[in-house]
Design a protein around this ligand. Structure first.
Ligand SMILES: NC(=O)c1ccc[n+]([C@@H]2O[C@H](COP(=O)([O-])OP(=O)(O)OC[C@H]3O[C@@H](n4cnc5c(N)ncnc54)[C@H](OP(=O)(O)O)[C@@H]3O)[C@@H](O)[C@H]2O)c1
Length: 285
């Protein structure tokens, strides 16, 4: 398959490009500088001038707190950008997959969120991502939406991704113990997204590693155990004590209603995936 991957400098895009190339796909990876998805003219010209079968949209404005003040920038990429790609894909009959987030839910549920739960995003980032989902589905019937959450991986700059390096340096860290999610390794998510292109089913999928999920402190302590480090490096705090600008769901664990019914094997347990990431990061430090 020939695949366009947008946001090519990002964490998930890197894992996606690496996986697709490894299985023999031809991949065009474009950074924001090479293709700004919020620029409709640029998106349409690129589609006009280049042949490919599918798009995996990994481009997003992912600064959750920054979105509260940079509302326009957030919507330009996360809603309008998705719309642009959906419309260009429709015009040229390209399969379109776009990545969304667990932050479309409000976090008040105690169990796992499935596709039967109505989104109710609390912050600007979640609202813009939901708007992107809606526009994709309304404008192009061949859109696949992949919601995931708590993604970490090589090249990531978010808390979960940088934790192993911080802890290995012996830096004490504060980790929230009252927000719960389903940690997901970018490599595993990338593989699943590629399988979803093969299925070509225009659904909303929830894709995460298996297991009961975790809070940030549990995740951090697991990293300590895997690295043979003292768990006392992890100080448990409450989400409220951080006083962050954006509201975040207290619980955003995801489960999928469709994947297994469609013959897709559950992704491995999050602890197993984390072990692979941590052991690889060890050699990279
Ligand atoms: N990380 C998580 O825990 C998480 C959880 C749930 C869902 N997601 C979703 O997963 C996807 C991938 O996220 P990620 O963690 O890989 O994020 P990331 O590392 O921040 O990567 C996003 C990439 O998109 C690029 N980008 C921003 N605006 C763009 C635009 N207008 N046009 C083209 N590219 C643009 C960014 O470039 P610059 O850096 O140059 O701006 C960056 O390289 C996103 O859809 C995100 O919403 C992430």
């Amino acid at each position: 398959m020939k695949i366009l991957v947008t946001g090519a400098n990002g964490m998930l895009a890197r894992a996606t490009i690496a996986h697709c190339k490894a299985i023999g796909d031809e991949v065009i990876g474009l950074t924001r500088q090479e293709l700004d998805i919020s620029n409709r003219t640029a998106v349409f010209s690129f589609f006009e001038e280049n042949e490919f079968d599918a798009v995996i949209n990994c481009a997003a404005y992912t600064d959750v707190d920054g979105s509260e003040t940079n509302v326009e920038r957030c919507y330009a990429t996360n809603a309008l950008g998705v719309e642009n790609l959906a419309l260009a894909s429709r015009k040229h009959n390209r399969l379109f997959l776009t990545v969304s987030t667990d932050y479309v839910f409000d976090g008040t549920k105690s169990g796992f969120y499935t596709q039967r739960d109505t989104p109710n995003p609390q912050g600007v980032y979640g609202k813009a991502k939901l708007e992107g989902e809606i526009r994709a589905r309304n404008l192009y019937a061949r859109s696949i939406i992949v919601r995931s959450g708590w993604i970490y991986g090589e090249g990531g700059t978010n808390f979960l991704s940088v934790l192993p390096k911080l802890l290995e340096r012996g830096e004490p860290i504060k980790a929230i113990n009252d927000s719960f999610g389903t940690p997901t390794y970018a490599v595993d998510l990338a593989k699943r997204m590629r399988e979803l292109l093969e299925l070509d089913l225009p659904l909303i999928f929830h894709v995460t590693n298996s297991g009961e999920g975790a809070n940030y402190a549990e995740f951090a302590k697991k990293v300590c155990r895997l690295k043979g480090l003292d768990e006392h490096l992890v100080e448990e705090i409450s989400a409220l004590s951080l006083k962050r600008p954006a509201p975040r769901p207290k619980n955003s664990r995801l489960a999928c209603l469709f994947s297994e019914r469609l013959g897709l094997k559950p992704l491995r347990y999050w602890e197993e995936a984390l072990e692979e990431f941590v052991l690889q990061a060890k050699t990279a430090v």
